[in-house]
Design a protein around this ligand. Structure first.
Ligand SMILES: Cc1cc2nc3c(=O)[nH]c(=O)nc-3n(C[C@H](O)[C@H](O)[C@H](O)COP(=O)(O)OP(=O)(O)OC[C@H]3O[C@@H](n4cnc5c(N)ncnc54)[C@H](O)[C@@H]3O)c2cc1C
Length: 399
């Protein structure tokens, strides 16, 4: 996709070319006649989106708002090619959540089971020996007595999604400009009047900051404090031996364990991705080490082999790291904040990808209508941290 020229004026400016900025630009461009421009400092999908495991699950324990958004978004992803005339890698992969009845993890798994059943989203629960029958590759029967499967879960690709949304946005009339960095937001008399970039000033009345783990730095330029901590997560790709792949053609289900600090996902092709989900290692999104630590690789491979013994000798075929934008309660921030015309779309805390279409629609609704009938935007307000720095508090199972 070739780039548009940098404008000197636009009505609505979106900052950040990840899945959230591109999705928001797409929805805006299809919903308004006002001019819309997206600015990206590097390449589209060069932030968290490009490193995303892109799991599309719907099970969110008792957090119904995310189940609603994930399901709405999944229908959008299923029709992506048709809506945007762009290819999207997509693979169905039921997500199993192992847990113990009567524990926090068990309650979380059961709550999500009920939430999916109520909405007719395919879901199954297995107990006792059924677990081994259903998941013969796992050695888990001594450890867990409940397995809840989010049967229509899938996984996709962050780069495909951002490029597709950008293409759809441009077809609907938006400008997409890469290689231009916004240095500050500019406000006068309590209103956004433009942004300063490394290539000059752009006048605008509305600026939406969807800059992932860089968002708080830009918000600071108009005095808005956004509680985002960029954290590093580590990923390894394992190469299962041929005899394992023959015995289990789907390799493994996508899998989550109690506490949610690591997960497994089959990869496109024939690998298995094993990743941390810890939210603990604060980092600089401009200067983080992209190679996982040896200690963490050993820990992940060990945990993995402990659960899937036949893969104890799987080879290592890849490794990298990515950055989450974590909020104190792991909930998103989609809000107007600071000067009139300044909007935040950020804080996706390592679980935003699956909601990309819904977040774009919600942000466009907020900017154009001040509200949305998709879900109650109040839940994602920045104000919640003024009342309590912990916001809503951490989710039941911290995932
Ligand atoms: C390793 C990993 C695994 C994940 N797995 C999953 C998963 O399985 N399922 C799921 O739902 N979610 C997952 N996520 C989370 C999901 O990927 C993110 O929530 C989502 O990609 C965030 O998108 P974004 O557009 O907000 O941010 P980003 O993708 O970071 O985009 C922000 C963009 O803004 C640009 N930018 C920053 N500053 C400026 C500036 N000053 N001027 C112009 N441009 C700027 C950046 O270059 C960047 O391209 C994962 C994330 C990671 C890192």
């Amino acid at each position: 996709m070739t780039d548009d020229d940098i404008p000197t004026q636009t009505d609505i400016l979106v900052i950040g070319g990840g899945v959230m900025g591109t999705s928001t630009t797409y929805f805006l461009a299809t919903m308004t006649d006002r001019s819309v421009t997206l600015l990206e400092k590097s390449q589209l999908a060069s932030g968290s989106t490009g490193d995303s495991s892109a799991i599309l699950r719907h099970h969110y324990g008792d957090e119904d708002i995310y189940t609603e958004m994930a399901w709405w978004s999944h229908q959008f992803f299923r029709a992506f090619d048709e809506k945007l005339d762009a290819a999207l890698s997509y693979e169905e992969s039921p997500l199993v959540r192992f847990a113990d009845e009567g524990t926090t993890g068990g309650d979380y798994a059961r709550a999500g089971y009920e939430a999916l059943r109520e909405r007719d989203i395919p879901v199954s629960a297995y107990t006792g020996e059924e677990i081994t029958e259903q998941y013969p590759m796992f050695d888990v029967d001594e450890r867990y007595d409940l397995a809840v499967s989010d049967d229509s879960a899938a996984y996709s690709d962050g780069t495909d999604a951002a490029l597709g949304f950008a293409r759809g946005a441009r077809d609907a009339g938006a400008g997409i400009v890469t290689g231009v960095e916004v240095q500050s937001l500019e406000a006068e008399a309590g209103k956004i009047i433009g942004v300063e970039t490394d290539q000059g000033t752009i006048a605008c009345e509305t600026a939406i900051v969807a800059a992932g783990p860089w968002t708080h730095r830009l918000a600071e330029t108009v005095g808005v404090d956004v509680p985002i901590t960029p954290v590093r997560e580590q990923i390894v790709l394992l190469d299962p031996p041929a005899e394992y792949a023959e015995a289990y053609p789907s390799l493994t289900p996508t899998t989550s364990f109690p506490g949610g600090e690591w997960y497994i996902r089959p990869d496109f092709g024939d690998g298995i991705l094993v990743a941390t989900h810890r939210h603990t290692e604060e980092t600089d999104p401009d200067a983080y080490d992209n190679t996982p630590d040896e200690e963490t690789i050993l820990e992940l491979v060990d945990e993995f082999a402990d659960h899937v013994p036949e893969l104890r000798d799987a080879g290592l075929k890849g490794q990298y790291c990515g950055v989450y934008s974590t909020t104190p309660d792991h909930d998103f921030i989609i809000d107007q904040a600071g000067p009139d015309g300044c909007y935040l779309c950020c804080g996706f805390s390592g679980h935003g990808f699956k909601h990309g279409p819904a977040v774009g629609k919600l942000t466009a609704d907020l900017v154009l209508e001040g509200e949305s009938d998709l879900v109650d935007l109040e839940y994602f307000s920045l104000e919640r941290f003024a009342d309590d720095p912990d916001g809503h508090g951490l989710p039941m199972d911290n995932i």
